[in-house]
Structure formats: C-alpha cells, structure tokens
Write a protein that binds this ligand. Structure first.
Ligand code: PMP
Length: 285
C-alpha cells in the first residue's frame, strides 16, 4: 500500500508523523472520508470544499491548493489500484512544541490513505440497524462548529461506545437542546406520512455530503423533503428511518432504544432512495 505524504507516495511503513504533531497531541487538524466507485472518487469536489473550509475555520493553512489536492487524491487512488474503496484525507497542524501555541508548529502534514472499507456487515443493509440514544451529546455548536470535521472525534467515539455496549452499531446523538442531531458518523432521516424529514444544520449537525445527495434524489423522485427539528419521539413513531454517510451509504434503522420503528424492516421509501443512491454512485443518474 502506498500512502501519500506531503507530496510523495511512500510505503505504508514510512508514512509516519512526529509524536510532537499537534494532530496527535491535541486532535488539531481536519479530515475527510470519501468513497471511490468504479475507480472514480465520488463527489470529490464537495469533500475538498468542506476540507478547506474546515481548515480555514480552525486557522490551518493547507500547504497545497485545492486543485493540487484533488490531483493528489486521484493519484493515490490510482497508485493503489482502488476500484471500490475509501479515501481518508488527513491534514494535521504539524509538529510543534508541547504547548498549544500554533506559532510554534510548522509543516502541516498532508496524508492521503486509499483503502477498502466495509463499515457494517452486508446483512444489516437488508435487515437495518438497531440504534440507541447515547447520553453523550453532540458537541455544542458554539464551542466548535459541527461543520469542521476535526481530528477530535471524542464525543462521537464515546457515543459510539455506548452504542456498541448496547449491541448497536450506531447511536443517536442529541444536541445541547435535547433535539435529534445525528448519529456518531452518519446523518439521520425519517419518513412520516410520505414526507422525508431530517434535522437542519441548525441542530448542530455535520452537513453530510451523502445527506445532501439523498435529499436531492428524494426531491427528484417527487418526495416532499423537510429540514425540521426532530425529537426522539418523532423517531419512535416514524414510518421509516435511515442513516446516510460516505462510509455507510444509505442504511435503514429499524429500532431506537428497543422500540421498533415502523414495521421493523427497511421501508419502501428507504429502499427506493438506497437504489437511487446506488445508481448515482455508478454514475447512472
Ligand atoms: N455526521 C458525522 C458526525 C460524520 O462524521 C459523518 C461522516 N462520517 C456524517 C455525518 C456523514 O457525512 P458524509 O455524508 O459527508 O460522509
């Protein structure tokens, strides 16, 4: 496996960062998770845009232009001969001293890993996921914008642990107001009376690229799509529920906190949107 590091493709053993890197010491950096379908990097422009906006928000200057980054991603995918896989793009603040001062850091690290991925077992795409509500809430949006995909995912990791402890591969995270935000690594949607609903970005969520693609597909399919405040109860009594994410794609959620959602199986609208999304990944729509 070849890893892109700061302009070069190197064997994975040589792809190392300093123990003084603020990415490691403080989670100081940004990242993206991107899919590759049929050798093509899916919605790359949108991921690059989010990466650069996140870096800007945390005052991290990425040492290469967005065009160069796009080419570097494509080059890394080709060098590893990835047809269907996953790209992890990581930018760290670079090595500094054992203090917070970013003035003392130098050389932000640009790392691109192209690999394969299978987030959830294949049968769960047929059966749907079980969810619990985590007690760990999503980061307060006024502390750190949820639009920044920062290298510090500790809240989400703690929520994910609560999920796996309860035998659930995803967990629902509420925001600081007690409203539904999203899952630990996925956005959430419900279907109620034929209307597709998802929390708006005001709920303190990451504006997922898969979320936006699915909303567009739903509108094209003639569905009414609403970005609204959702409570946990809205999910309990939803007709259907599903999650979206680059790694997860579209996957049904069939229970929350032990309460069955709808008839406990992936619903017809979920299945239809999943199919439409798959077509989009194959470049057919
Ligand atoms: N929410 C969170 C917290 C995430 O980390 C992710 C990405 N894994 C998503 C939502 C989904 O975003 P996207 O569709 O852009 O991958």
């Amino acid at each position: 496996m070849k890893i892109y590091m700061n302009g070069k493709l190197v064997p994975k053993e040589q792809a190392v960062v300093s123990v003084f890197d603020h990415g490691l010491l403080y989670g100081d950096g940004v990242f993206e998770g991107i899919r590759v379908y049929g050798g093509k990097v899916f919605l790359l422009d949108q991921h690059i845009k989010r990466l650069y906006e996140g870096a800007r928000a945390i005052r991290l200057k990425i040492p290469v232009s967005d065009q160069e980054m796009t080419l570097a991603v494509e080059e890394t995918v080709a060098a590893n001969d990835i047809q269907d896989g996953y790209v992890r793009l990581v930018i760290t603040r670079g090595a500094g001293s054992l203090g917070l001062d970013i003035q003392r850091t130098s050389n932000p690290q640009v790392i691109i890993i192209a690999d394969t991925i299978s987030l959830y077992p294949a049968e769960l795409y047929e059966q749907g996921l079980k969810l619990i509500t985590a007690s760990t809430i999503r980061n307060h949006p006024q502390a750190l914008s949820p639009q920044v995909k920062s290298l510090n995912y500790l809240n989400n990791i703690l929520a994910k642990i609560e999920g796996t402890d309860a035998d659930c591969l995803e967990a629902l995270m509420m925001n600081h107001k007690g409203e539904v935000a999203e899952c630990t690594g996925d956005n959430i949607f419900i279907v109620k009376n034929g209307i597709l609903k998802t929390p708006s970005t005001d709920a303190g969520i990451l504006e997922g690229i898969t979320r936006n693609a699915v909303m567009m597909l739903a509108k094209q399919a003639g569905l009414e799509v609403k970005e609204v405040t959702l409570t946990r109860n809205d999910i309990y009594v939803a007709d259907e529920c599903f999650l979206t994410g680059s790694a997860a794609e579209v996957i049904a959620a069939v229970s929350l906190d032990g309460r069955q959602i709808g008839d406990g199986k992936p619903g017809p609208i979920t299945k239809d949107l999943k199919k439409r999304f798959e077509k989009l990944t194959r470049g057919e729509s």
